[in-house]
Design a protein around this ligand. Structure first.
Ligand code: PEP
Length: 254
């Protein structure tokens, strides 16, 4: 089973910072066995092409986009389409991150349209779902994420679903104000997501305050197929260490 280790840089890194990170990754990977570990990196739109170009000799690393519109082209000022990000070198599209839902009006409906457009163009949708703190406190985490996933994936055929990645990212656990989730807090939502989608999607990932101390434990949770990481992976050394942890995890699995 593939172990996914990915990072989104959010609105960070200049072109030179982005190419330096990608060049360092290519150097690290040269001649190195990754086994079943699948790396991916999601730069800001301005750096997709440069990162893809820097990693051209390292096709094992998938490059992605943080967002793409559901239409292919047209009067959508400020947006980029799936064909455009694909043209720049993206093979994954991140969809429905909680920051986009909160600040940019993403709804379950736009998320669903973006998932469909991404699949139609042969790219991998990385669907982000996660509940806010008040929902968690009221005991509603699992119901909330199952509902978000169901709405985003409604109507997909089995083959299409098989190309989708889902990242469970509890809102209370992500970013500067997030607190790392304990393993016990994640077991129930992952059991439910695993039951509903485990063998039907390309992978179920966890994201939210992943760091070098908790990564191995998080990878050990049942139904977790990988990690989607922000801050810890923005420094190349952090990302490389996460790859090493994942390789170790994949090798040690029964
Ligand atoms: C995120 O915001 O999606 C995320 C996973 O960030 P971090 O790892 O920094 O909590």
């Amino acid at each position: 089973m593939t172990v996914w280790i990915g990072t989104s840089w959010k609105m960070n890194k200049t072109l030179s910072e982005a190419t330096e990170w990608a060049g360092g990754l290519a150097e690290f990977l040269a001649g190195r066995q990754l086994g079943e570990v699948q790396p991916f990196v999601i730069p800001p739109a301005t750096a997709i092409a440069a990162v893809a170009q820097t990693l051209r000799e390292e096709p094992r690393v998938l490059v992605g986009a943080q967002n793409a519109h559901w239409e292919d082209a047209g009067a959508w000022t400020g947006e980029v389409s799936v064909p455009q990000v694909a043209d720049a070198g993206a093979r994954i599209v991140e969809i429905g991150h909680s920051e986009r839902r909160e600040h940019f009006g993403e709804t379950d409906e736009t998320v669903r349209a973006k998932v469909a457009a991404t699949l139609a163009h042969g790219l991998v949708p990385l669907l982000c779902i996660g509940e806010p703190a008040d929902v968690k406190d009221a005991g509603g985490s699992t119901a909330h994420v199952l509902e978000q996933a169901a709405r985003a994936l409604e109507g997909l055929e089995a083959e299409q679903l098989g190309r989708v990645l889902i990242a469970y990212e509890p809102i209370w656990a992500i970013g500067e104000h997030g607190r790392p989730a304990g393993v016990a807090e994640l077991e129930e939502p992952f059991a439910a997501l695993g039951g509903a989608y485990g063998h039907r999607v390309a992978g179920l990932l966890y994201g939210g305050s992943v760091n070098l101390d908790n990564a191995a434990q998080l990878l050990g949770i049942a139904h977790v197929d990988g990690l989607f990481v922000g801050r810890t992976a923005w420094r190349l050394e952090g990302y490389l260490r996460l790859l090493e942890i994942a390789v170790q995890h994949a090798t040690a699995r029964p």
